[in-house]
Structures are given as structure tokens and as C-alpha cells.
Design a protein around this ligand. Structure first.
Ligand code: PEP
Length: 246
């Protein structure tokens, strides 16, 4: 059985004070034993703070990006070992905002995926099509190419220890959500592409997930949870999404 997973992507939001009250709000609601696994990904500069606030809770901590390189002269970069050192368990790789604003190719994302796994982190590999690609009926081809780059470099077996997030670009931060059927179609395709490894890999949906649409998405057989942006900045909304995965 695949354990449901809900991960909050805080993007470039937060401050020492705001993080503390958000974490307190989430921890207070999510204490105890749960079926679903929960994590949050604050901005890199706050990872130490947030991982310390989460120590001895049942909520994990992750980063939003990682360098492909292990160590050395890479000004501004953060290695996977450094993320593990400050208490991260997960790292998001290939988020569409990084693919778009930082011109990250699928090959670079695959190298980040490998760097993460080499340091013992769980990569959350994001894939997703733009609206133009969906309208041109290219969704599955685009997802297939993004996935294949990681499979080629890391091997299919490596995917079982990873998490994949299907995030249609047109649904991120727009209030538009893929219908459960649209999301299920792509999740099923991703699982099929991975052959045997597909049965074990957790595939999250991301794109304007909110308390009002979470349950119908999670009811789909191939949706194992969510990567949540905007709604993860409100502890009550995030809690209600987590609860829908129970
Ligand atoms: C995201 O950025 O990963 C995301 C899914 O954002 P939102 O939930 O705000 O659409």
C-alpha cells in the first residue's frame, strides 16, 4: 500500500516570525498518529529554523531546490548533503517555476534528482504541461519526456524511492484545478511508464489544491496525495487537505 503524502511548498513566503506561527498551527492540528505523511518545504534560508521547530513532531521538512553538484565552487548553490545536514528529508526538483524562470532542462532536473538520492533525500520530481501543450494534445508526450530524462539517468528502480508530482502548469497558483479525471489520466500514464516500479512510486497531484477539492482528487486510484502551494500557507486549510488524505 502506498502511504498518502501531503507536502506544502511555501515558495518564497515567510519570515522567522511567520514561519513559527504557521508551524505551530500545523503541528497543533496534526499531532498524534496518522495514516498520511506530511511535510513542508520552506525557503532554503529558513530550513534550519523550520526543521528545528519540527523536530520531535510527525511532520517532515524539505527544500524547494538543490544543486546537481556535490561540493565546490558553485556560488549561491546548496548541495543535497547540506540539506540533509540541516534536517531535510525531501527536496522538490524540477518545479515548473524553476523550469520556467531558471531555464532548468529535464536533464539538469535529472541530475538534481540523482544528487538528492545520493545524499539520502527523497526527491519530489515535478512534471507538468502548459496550457498550450494541453490544448495541442501534447500532455502525455511532455510528461513522458520529463519523466524519461530522470529514468534514463537514475534508472527505473530509483523511481520507487522517489515521489513524482504531476503539476499542470496552467493549474499552479491560478485557482484552476485539473478535474479528478484529467489528473487520474496522467497519473495512470506516469505509473504505466515506470513499469514494475510504478506500483510503488507515490504520485502527488499539484495545482490549486484546496480543502474543497482535495477529497475528490484523493479518491482517484492513482493519486497518492498532493503538493500544495498557496493553501499550505494557512494552517487550517493545509490541515483540512491533509485530513482528506486520511
Ligand atoms: C505548487 O507550486 O507546487 C502548487 C501546487 O501551487 P498552488 O497549490 O498554489 O497551485
Amino acid at each position: 500500500m502506498r502511504r498518502p503524502l501531503i507536502v506544502g511548498n511555501w515558495k518564497m513566503h515567510g519570515s522567522l516570525q511567520a514561519n513559527e506561527s504557521l508551524v505551530q498551527g500545523v503541528v497543533a492540528r496534526w499531532s498524534g498518529v496518522h495514516l498520511a505523511e506530511v511535510g513542508v518545504c520552506p525557503p532554503a534560508v529558513y530550513l534550519s529554523q523550520v526543521s528545528q521547530l519540527l523536530a520531535s513532531t510527525n511532520i517532515g521538512c524539505g527544500a524547494q531546490d538543490v544543486s546537481w553538484a556535490e561540493t565546490g565552487a558553485y556560488t549561491g548553490e546548496i548541495s543535497a548533503a547540506m540539506l540533509a545536514d540541516v534536517g531535510c528529508q525531501y527536496v522538490i526538483v524540477g518545479h515548473s517555476e524553476r523550469r520556467e524562470y531558471h531555464a532548468e532542462s529535464s536533464e539538469l532536473v535529472a541530475r538534481k534528482f540523482i544528487a538528492a538520492q545520493s545524499a539520502g533525500l527523497t526527491p519530489i520530481l515535478c512534471v507538468g504541461e502548459t496550457l498550450a501543450q494541453r490544448e495541442a494534445d501534447e500532455t502525455l508526450a511532455v510528461i513522458g519526456e520529463q519523466l524519461q530524462a530522470a529514468v534514463e539517468l537514475a534508472g527505473r528502480k530509483a523511481m520507487t524511492a522517489a515521489v513524482i508530482a504531476y503539476e499542470p502548469v496552467w493549474a499552479i497558483g491560478t485557482g484552476l484545478t485539473a478535474t479528478p479525471e484529467q489528473a487520474q489520466e496522467v497519473h495512470e500514464f506516469i505509473r504505466d511508464q515506470l513499469g514494475e516500479a510504478g506500483a510503488a512510486v507515490r504520485i502527488l497531484y499539484g495545482g490549486s489544491v484546496k480543502p474543497s477539492n482535495a477529497a475528490e482528487l484523493f479518491a482517484q486510484p492513482d493519486i497518492d496525495g498532493a503538493l500544495v502551494g498557496g493553501a499550505s500557507l494557512n494552517s487550517e486549510d493545509f490541515y483540512r487537505i491533509c485530513q482528506a488524505a486520511e
